[in-house]
Every structure is written in C-alpha cells, then in structure tokens.
Design a protein around this ligand. Structure first.
Ligand SMILES: Cc1cc2nc3c(=O)[nH]c(=O)nc-3n(C[C@H](O)[C@H](O)[C@H](O)COP(=O)(O)OP(=O)(O)OC[C@H]3O[C@@H](n4cnc5c(N)ncnc54)[C@H](O)[C@@H]3O)c2cc1C
Length: 402
C-alpha cells in the first residue's frame, strides 16, 4: 500500500502536494470532505490572519483582497480548488478508527476496511478535542451547554443570557457577536495575549512576520504547557478590528474572572481578572519591544504603539445560574491521538506526538503535520504549515525509497 495521509485539511493537502512533487505515491483518507473542519465553524466565521498569510505550497492566496479576512465558505472553496489543482488523491468519507503498529508496517482500521502501509502521516488537526475546565458539568439540565465548535449563530442558541467560558480569539469573537445580537453576555476570562489589529496602518500580521515571531521554535517556549496558551485576541470580522478585554467591556460585555464551577445556584469565578488583563498587557509590551527592535535593526520608522488604557479590575465573583440560557465553553483544545492511535509511548503527557521535525521518534514510518507548535509557532497556521509539509514529505520520500 502506498503512503497514507490521514486528514484532508490544509496540512494533509499540503503534504499531499509536496509528496506529489517528489513523485511519492500516496492516498489521503478523510472522514468527511476536504476542509471538513473549516466547514464546521460558525456561520459568520472569518480568518483572523489576513488572506495573504495563506501560503500553502502551490496554493497561495491569489484573490483580489490580500489584506482582507476570508469568510468560512471562501476558505473552504480555496482548499477545494487547491485539492483539485493537483488532483489530490483524497478518499472522502473514510474514517480511520484506529492505528496499530505491526512488525514492519502500520494497520489502519477504517470505515472502508483494513489498510496496511509502512508509512502514515497524521494530519488530523491542530485543535482536536475541546477542553472543558473542572466544574463544567455542574450546570442544571435546563441550561444549554455546548463547546464553541457546536455554536452556529445566536438564533440557534437557547434564549437568555450567555456565559462564555474562555477568552481566546474564539471566546472574544462569540462574545462580540452575541452582544450585537442583543444578548446579555458574560465572559469568564483567562490568560490570553492581545494585539492591536493594525500598527502604523499595517496589519499586525505584517509586523509579527517581520519580527520573526512566527518562526520562533518550540524550544523558545518557557514550558511544555505554554504550548496551550491561547492565540492573540483580535478579529478579522467586519474588515478587522481590535477585540480584547477593554473593547469588550466598553461595548457592554460583563468580564469575569476564571470559571470555578457552580455552587448553591450561582456560577463562581476567581478573583483574578486583573492578573489576566496584566498577562495580556505584558504580552503586548513584549510584542511592542520586538517591533521596536526590528525597526531599529532594519532602519524603519517605528509605528505608534500606544500604552494600553487603564483598566478597572472590578468583576463580580458570582452570578445566579438562573440568569443563563446558555453556556459556551471555548477554553482550549487538547490533542486526541491517544484515543485511537495505539502506539505505546508515542505521545507526551499533554497528548502531543513525540517527534522530531514531524517524524515520530518512537515509531519509525509515522509522521505528523499541522500540529500546534510542531516545529515553530506558525506550524499549524496557513502561513506556516507548508514549510513543515515540505520537510515531512522530504523525510517520507527518503523513508519510502523515492
Ligand atoms: C476557531 C479557529 C480559528 C482559526 N483561525 C485561523 C486563522 O485565521 N489563520 C490561520 O492561519 N489559522 C487559523 N486557525 C488554525 C488552523 O489554521 C486551523 O485549525 C486549521 O483547520 C488546521 O488545519 P489542519 O489541516 O491541520 O487540521 P483540520 O483543518 O482540522 O483538518 C484535519 C482533517 O482531518 C480529518 N480527520 C480527523 N480525524 C480523522 C480520522 N480519524 N480519519 C479520517 N479523517 C480524519 C478531519 O475531518 C479534518 O478534515 C484557526 C483555528 C481555530 C480553531
């Protein structure tokens, strides 16, 4: 059997493209259809990074709005065109239920029968299993409780006030959308960096790229857990604008500390909003310094980078659960390989693969692509996955004798 790639999102397609260039026979198994995960995002979803960051090998953004932020259906259409452009050998509606190692090969149990191969690339997603904090199961049955991946639009959500638990990019975007839909919105906040949408008239992504931030290797992280920190608060919605704690509070969203659970008919929150805001401000300060240093090195006039406005840290320590119609958890993701990849020792304590440049160091012939921070900060992003895909494809080609 030729090389098997599991997953036809951007990572699986990019590896497929690169294997095609190297002449390596392969097949891509996809449980849904091409771009399955993007299709499942909420109705008004759009990119947070500008369109020019779509840098897939052989599939760069080539539309007329490089500084815009593609809505969901355009992203899907882009990936569909990408797959067609090189006749990606995708078999849709084939789910891989388990992966085992046998002597000299791997056995994939799929919805279309067993497949044996010596080389497998898992490109099954950067954000695999929604993570809920402790205490999440304490809500009474009449309150609708969902993960963000099941949110579609305000009308499809139970009536009444909404508590959003988690304040990364998604939590902030849903808070804005629901507030604009006329809901009372409570946002349980955690530690998340924020960035201004634009600096000196240019999108923040230009500055982030110029500073080399996207290229930071995983080894630059202060701890393995830092791999799980939220992405920067900002949005591409409505042409793109700032979207952070200050913006949300000014529009009328109630900010709260970290979610602690439900007790005595009340939802409880930690007294840590000030610390969470301070964390985001520290990250912004670090970015400002990187931008200033880059400007000094390259001789560019630095953009105006104002200090954050003062922040009143007051937040209620609880709210009555009766007030809520719905709760949306958007408190991060964890890898989910261990539930279906039966290869002992192949994953670390957090569930990330133990690999070097995408090649499992435990199971030769097993590769990964599209993993959050696999090689660099940009590994799971549209701007960076192509670089990893080329490296993985090169190693696959060597291993399969091409
Ligand atoms: C809310 C959100 C917003 C984002 N916004 C941006 C952005 O603006 N810019 C950016 O660059 N990045 C963004 N990202 C990050 C990243 O680009 C996306 O997560 C992207 O979907 C990752 O692509 P992927 O191919 O690695 O994984 P996915 O797109 O998740 O593709 C994995 C594929 O594998 C399939 N699959 C999984 N398991 C199996 C199995 N067992 N058998 C068969 N098939 C399987 C799935 O159906 C899916 O099609 C965002 C992420 C999230 C969560």
């Amino acid at each position: 059997m030729p090389v098997v790639i599991v997953g036809a999102g951007q990572a699986g397609l990019a590896v497929s493209h690169e294997l095609g260039v190297l002449g390596v026979e392969h097949t891509v198994l996809e449980r849904g259809t091409v771009a399955n995960t993007w299709r499942g995002r909420w109705d008004t979803f759009c990119l947070v990074t500008p369109n020019w960051t779509v840098q897939l090998p052989g599939g760069k953004y080539d539309g007329g709005d490089p500084d815009g932020y593609m809505p969901r259906d355009e992203i899907v259409a882009h990936l569909e065109r990408y797959a067609r452009s090189f006749s990606a050998p995708v078999r849709e509606a084939v789910e891989v239920r388990s992966l085992e190692r046998a002597p000299d090969e791997f056995i994939l149990d799929t919805s279309e029968g067993e497949i044996r191969t010596r080389t497998v690339v898992l490109a099954t997603g950067a954000y695999q299993k929604p993570h809920r904090p402790r205490g999440a199961d304490g809500f009474p049955g009449r309150v609708q409780v969902i993960d963000a991946e099941h949110y579609r639009n305000a009308d499809a959500l139970a009536r009444g006030a909404v508590l959003i638990v988690g304040s990364g990019q998604t939590g902030c975007q849903l808070a804005e959308e629901l507030h604009e839909a006329g809901r009372d919105v409570y946002l349980a906040c955690g530690r998340a960096p924020w960035v201004p949408r634009r600096l000196g008239g240019r999108d923040i992504a230009h500055w982030i790229e110029a500073t080399g931030f996207f290229d930071q290797p995983r080894s630059a992280l202060p701890s393995p857990q830092a791999r799980l920190i939220a992405n920067q608060q900002v949005t591409g919605h409505g042409g793109g604008h700032d979207l952070n704690y200050r913006v949300l509070r000014a529009m009328g969203v109630t900010l709260l500390g970290r979610f602690k659970g439900v007790s005595g008919g009340r939802v409880m929150f930690a007294d840590d909003l000030a610390r969470s805001v301070a964390f985001g401000d520290e990250r912004y300060a670090a970015l400002r310094k990187m931008v200033a240093d880059t400007c000094t090195t390259t001789g560019i006039t630095p953009p105006d980078m104002p200090d954050p406005a003062p922040f009143d840290p007051f937040a209620p320590d609880s709210i009555p659960v009766d007030r809520l119609g719905a709760v949306i958890f958007t408190s991060g993701f964890r890898p989910d390989f261990a539930s279906w990849v039966n290869i002992s020792g192949a994953f670390d304590e957090l569930g990330f693969p133990i690999e070097q440049d995408g090649a499992s160091t435990v199971a030769p012939g097993l590769f990964f692509c599209g993993i959050h921070y696999m090689r660099k900060r940009k590994s799971a992003l549209l701007i960076g996955v192509g670089e990893d895909a080329a490296i993985v494809a090169g190693a696959v080609a060597v291993g399969s004798g091409n």
